[in-house]
Design a binder for this molecule. Structure first.
Ligand SMILES: [Zn+2]
Length: 219
């Protein structure tokens, strides 16, 4: 068991690559501090490389987690419930792969179970966190969450909408702190049936634009 934990820390599930040593990573942080213009040996910065690495372990913990294992066990006991399952306002923090800057967002997930196969709500939230805690673009994050749910549950359909603000856009470049990016992926019934899609969008507070408009945005 210890071996497995260690392996997941050292090897990335996304790439299969082995990570550099702690010393190498700390040296890289010291280089970036010098690049920014400061002295990595000054008292206030002496512990910073270690703290940055520990922060990275949290921010990028998703590389050590296997989505297939997370969703591997689905629950067949839905009590005959055949309606839409929606979990809205799952908060997440990700990092954009272009600037490694934070992305703050909320995810809304929905699916239509098939054959009574449902998954616990905590697993839905953990799935968002797993993919969010990797370097991402929002479009891929959206697609990965939707596709993982589709593969694991084989439901009638999957809907994923992400709303997020990007620190790289808020603090540099165009400096648009108020802008939020909205991305969506609709599969199966949510893609093919405008009424199902509209029901989902209304449930997550994004409805009201009519079926045609919703289809144009997320179809
Ligand atoms: Zn960026």
């Amino acid at each position: 068991m210890n071996k497995m934990v260690k392996k997941s820390e050292m090897v990335s599930f996304a790439t299969g690559l082995t990570r550099p040593s702690r010393d190498e990573a700390e040296a890289a942080v010291r280089t970036l501090i010098r690049w920014a213009g400061d002295d990595p040996d000054r008292e206030g910065l002496a512990g910073t490389p270690d703290r940055v690495l520990r922060a990275y372990a949290e921010w990028f913990g998703g590389y050590g987690e296997d989505p297939a294992a997370l969703l591997g066990r689905t629950f067949g006991e839905s009590g005959g419930y055949e309606g839409m399952v929606v979990l809205r306002d799952i908060r997440f923090v990700s990092h954009c792969e272009h600037h490694m800057a934070p992305v703050f967002g909320r995810a809304h997930l929905g699916y239509l179970p098939r054959g009574g196969r449902v998954v616990g709500t905590s697993k839905l939230a953990r799935l968002v966190g797993l993919y969010a805690r990797r370097l991402q673009i929002q479009e891929r994050l959206t697609a990965q969450i939707a596709d993982a749910l589709d593969t694991a549950l084989r439901p009638e359909g999957v809907a994923v909408v992400l709303e997020a603000s990007h620190a790289c856009m808020a603090t540099r470049g165009v400096r648009e702190p108020g802008a939020r990016m909205v991305t969506g992926r609709m599969l199966g019934a949510f893609r093919d049936r405008p009424g199902t899609r509209a029901e989902f969008l209304a449930a997550v507070g994004l409805g009201g634009r009519g079926d045609a408009a919703a289809g144009n945005v997320f179809g």
